[in-house]
Write a protein that binds this ligand. Structure first.
Ligand code: PHE
Length: 464
């Protein structure tokens, strides 16, 4: 049993932190969302913009977030409380806690589908499809079943709660150390399988030869939003994980490793999924249902499809789990640090609240399918709000806070701890980080947010 947290836990090892944080970053964003968003936005050109966003904005903000958490050794609200007297900033941490619920609400639904598809794969359901459209129909049939969809959401939230319940070392770190290597191996197997299929080169062309004409202003917005989502930025998840880090560890290299792993996994998943989709003549622009509509057909057409289908959905579920625990940890750490709640009580209570928040998203596919807010159902709204509003807004505030409120004088003293070598030998890296946080991030994110709000008003006008 985990004791009341009078002395705060810390990661047991450097690799424990990297795997847990990379596990938080690598999730449905990489395997479910990246392929469909990239498929809708023309492939390679989108990937190029996305990579730029990850490098120029994602990495510097990740460094800032981890640094803030490590400095204050607190949850997001407590971090701002510790670093400034101005109470307004606590709201930024609070927004992160709210965003945690919003993300969990649709994330848990997709993760639930993934669990359900492990069972479908074991049952061999994919081999019953007479036509390609049967896969989509089967998916719709399953998601229309209220008990299937909410039951699986509940199962997923239950497992998430179980891991977070056991705390940082015995729960999150241990779970990530087991799950992440399994995930890497399974994904590599899937990639080699995809590459060995006939016609795989068409998928590779789509992924790596850019067609710039397909790129629109909206794709740039999507790319930035996705960079935030996939790196878990802007809502305090990385701040919370950073808060369990020791001051001897190097924030800069750890952040770079997390970004490298996350990007690598997205690309490997992209290759695995797109080669399979192209070699079986499917449409990559299918939308959020992409992997559930198209991959089952791919599995029926590939040799060894039965076993690969089971592997794939286990992989997807593991990836979802290592991310959802980071989401629930943000909420939990807030109630443990700030409200003096016991960890296990906070986990049980807010895990249940997160489940309840997920119910409207789950019902968006059946009884609530006609209930729309500004033309979007609960699920689509939560998905849009998270990537396109909450996370970039959080990132904007974090960069403003570090550059103009906390100030670089203090930030650099903290950043140097554990990173002395970089400060001595590669000073330009620090300079680059400062310039990006001070000018690039606020301006670029602000422009993108304006665009997001424009899109939102457009949707609202369309449906009024
Ligand atoms: N980064 C996670 C993914 O790619 C999602 C996530 C976002 C997790 C924000 C935590 C916080 O699936």
């Amino acid at each position: 049993m985990v004791s009341i947290e009078s002395s705060r836990e810390q990661w047991g090892s450097k690799i424990g932190f990297i795997l847990a944080a990379a596990g938080g970053a690598i999730g449905l964003g990489n395997i479910w969302k990246f392929p469909y968003v990239m498929g809708q936005n023309g492939g390679a050109a989108f990937i190029a913009v996305y990579l730029l966003c990850v490098l120029i904005i994602g990495l510097p903000i990740l460094i800032a977030e981890v640094l803030l958490g490590r400095t204050a050794q607190r949850n997001p609200v407590g971090t701002f409380k510790a670093l400034t007297k101005n109470k307004m900033w606590r709201a930024v941490g609070g927004m992160g806690v709210v965003a945690g619920f919003v993300i969990l609400s649709f994330y848990g639904v997709v993760a639930g589908w993934s669990f359900g598809y492990i069972i479908e794969a074991i049952k061999g359901s994919f081999f019953d499809y007479a036509t390609p459209s049967a896969a989509g129909e089967h998916f719709n049939e399953l998601t229309q079943n209220v008990y299937w969809i909410t039951g699986l959401l509940g199962l997923f939230m239950g497992l998430t709660m179980m891991i977070v319940y056991f705390g940082i070392n015995k729960g999150i770190e241990r779970g990530s150390k087991i799950m992440m290597p399994v995930l890497f191996v399974l994904l590599l197997i899937m990639m080699f399988k995809g590459l060995s299929m006939e016609g795989a080169e068409k998928g590779l062309e789509f992924l790596f030869i850019p067609n710039w004409s397909k790129l629109t202003g909206l794709s740039v917005l999507e790319a930035l939003g996705h960079a935030f989502f996939t790196l878990s930025l802007g809502m305090g998840a990385m701040m919370t994980y950073g808060s369990y880090m020791s001051k001897k560890d190097n924030v800069i290299t750890a952040s770079a490793q997390i970004v490298a792993l996350d990007t690598l996994i997205a690309l490997v998943a992209g290759v695995a999924i797109l080669t399979a989709i192209f070699s079986t003549g499917q449409n990559p622009a299918e939308g959020p249902g992409l992997i559930f509509h198209t991959l089952p057909i791919v599995f029926t057409k590939m040799t060894g499809g039965y076993i690969f289908s089971i592997i794939f959905f286990i992989l997807l579920s593991l990836a979802a789990l290592t991310s959802s625990i980071s989401l629930l940890e943000v909420v939990t750490s807030y109630f443990v640090d700030e409200k003096g709640m016991q960890r296990h009580k906070a986990v049980l209570l807010f895990g249940t609240v997160a489940f309840l928040c997920g119910v409207p998203s789950a019902l968006s596919f059946n009884i609530l399918s006609d209930t729309k807010i500004f033309g979007l159902n609960f699920f689509d709204m939560a998905n849009f709000l998270a990537s396109n509003i909450f996370l970039p807004l959080g990132g904007l505030f974090i960069s403003i806070f570090v550059a103009y409120v906390w100030g670089f004088d203090k930030a650099l003293i903290e950043l140097k701890k554990g990173a002395e070598e970089i400060f001595e030998k590669r000073f330009w890296e620090i300079k680059f980080w400062k310039i990006v946080i001070k000018y690039f991030c606020p301006v670029l994110i602000f422009l993108v947010l304006l665009h997001s709000i424009g899109v939102l008003t457009m949707i609202i006008n369309l449906f009024q």
